[in-house]
Design a protein around this ligand. Structure first.
Ligand code: ATP
Ligand code: MG
Length: 409
């Protein structure tokens, strides 16, 4: 993409009203704009990142048997009244001009369960794992964490249906592993964290927590083993307690952001919507359901919180808006050739071909945070090489173009 052809530009100054790093950097670098607290427009750079996160999530959900669909955001009140969900405080409710009541989806159990009822009739139809990636609406009281807490936000939500608890338990472990893979592919190390089952069930649920000061969750974790617990609603643990799992070390407190979670829903929704199946012996039972959420837009915010310096964002390569930020120093013809060569090799390039001072291009390259900065100048052309610098390092390297392209693979 050529910067001179784009209407969206990075800003010289950070927005004044930004409380968090992700809000400040994403606005200044030209990735998002805030419409109101908790509601954002994703500009072209921001949308590219969001789509890449979404794609990683999609690939890993498909790999464990997910069936992608797209459920609506506008729901009739009746389905929410049926489960008691109409009373949830964050549910946005609306009334039509004919006085009919509706809700904006804050989650999708009330839609997916009746939708699947038609397709799940016998034990042979199980298990099933429908999911979608869709905007959610929640009347959050505080929305001061940039895109990390939206009133409108993008979530991947998967729902699973199982014949019995054993089958659910087996899939629960598979889903947890897939979640860790999703976050690892984005450069995040998430902790599988025990939490209360919330409004849904008495059982523990698991949250995927990424330690960051920008988060809102208090966790305790063990350095010797995987144990991690959310202490905001499970108060049986305190800092300094010995790890209940390995007993080798004391639990360490940290603040974290919840990027995903998985729940055992039991039979709550299959009973509410009377979704039952015939077993092999001809009895009728209510399947066990699970739900599995990932905050796609929140994850983007968390990544900015984790990967930045005082100059700007440092995107992990897998989700960067572009791989290369190309700057030409008065060599636009040669830069065009390099741009074409990179593009033909499948490398995503943002070419800063604007008619502005080169210093500003360097500043914007750091702010936008693509993994590689490439400079076309007299110096690089003289040796028939390209001059590259990784966003996270200071070292400038000269390389043959083929060698650089190979190194990306
Ligand atoms: P939180 O505890 O942060 O309010 P939650 O436990 O209510 O979230 P879920 O209903 O389980 O969240 O939603 C699944 C995922 O969606 C969460 O793990 C989180 O990553 C994301 N999410 C939830 N609420 C928001 C929000 N207001 N803005 C952005 N992402 C959100
Ligand atoms: Mg939570």
């Amino acid at each position: 993409m050529r910067m001179s052809k784009m209407g969206f530009k990075p800003e010289k100054l950070a927005p004044k009203d930004a409380d968090t790093i992700n809000h400040k950097l994403l606005v200044q670098a030209g990735f998002v704009r805030q419409l109101m607290a908790g509601v954002y427009t994703y500009l072209p750079f921001g949308l590219r990142v969001l789509r890449k996160i979404e794609q990683i999530v999609r690939e890993e959900m498909d790999a464990i048997g997910g069936e992608e669909m797209l459920m609506p955001m506008l729901h009739p009140a009746e389905i929410w009244k049926k489960t008691g969900g109409w009373e949830i405080d964050v549910l946005f409710k609306l009334k039509s001009r004919t006085d009919r009541e509706y809700a904006l989806g804050q989650s999708q159990e009330e839609v997916v369960t009746p939708a699947m009822k038609e397709f799940i009739k016998s034990y042979r139809d199980l298990p099933r794992r429908p999911y979608h990636i869709q905007w959610k609406f929640r009347d959050e009281l505080r929305s001061k964490s940039g895109i990390m807490r939206g009133r409108e936000f993008l979530m991947k939500d998967m729902y699973s249906f199982h014949l019995d608890q054993a089958d659910f338990d087996k899939f629960y472990e598979v889903a947890k592993k897939a979640y860790l893979k999703v976050f690892a592919r984005m450069g995040l190390s998430a902790k599988v964290t025990e939490a209360s089952g919330g409004a849904f069930t008495e059982k523990v649920s698991y949250e995927f927590e990424v330690p960051t000061e920008a988060g809102e969750v208090n966790i305790l974790y063990c350095n010797s083993c995987e144990f991690c617990v959310n202490i905001d609603d499970i108060n049986s643990y305190k800092p300094g307690d010995s790890c209940p799992k390995c007993k080798k070390e004391e639990l360490i407190p940290a603040v974290a952001a919840e990027v995903g979670n998985v729940f055992d829903l039991g039979q709550k929704y299959t009973k509410a919507f009377d979704l039952k199946v015939a077993t092999s012996t001809g009895e009728f039972i209510y399947p066990i359901m699970g739900c599995y959420g990932i905050g796609v837009s929140r994850t983007m915010g968390v990544i900015v919180e984790k990967f930045h310096d005082d100059k700007g964002i440092i995107w992990p390569a897998q989700i960067a808006p572009f791989t290369v930020y190309l700057i030409d120093i008065k060599k636009d013809k040669e830069a065009q050739e390099i741009y074409d060569q990179l593009t033909a090799s499948g490398v995503e390039v943002l070419w800063d071909d604007r008619d502005i001072n080169v210093g500003r291009k360097f500043t914007d390259a750091d702010l936008i945070g693509c993994p590689w900065r490439m400079i076309v100048s007299d110096k690089s052309l003289a040796t028939n090489e390209v001059e590259i610098k990784s966003r996270g390092e200071n070292e400038i390297r000269m390389m043959k173009m083929e060698q650089f392209i190979d190194s990306l693979k």
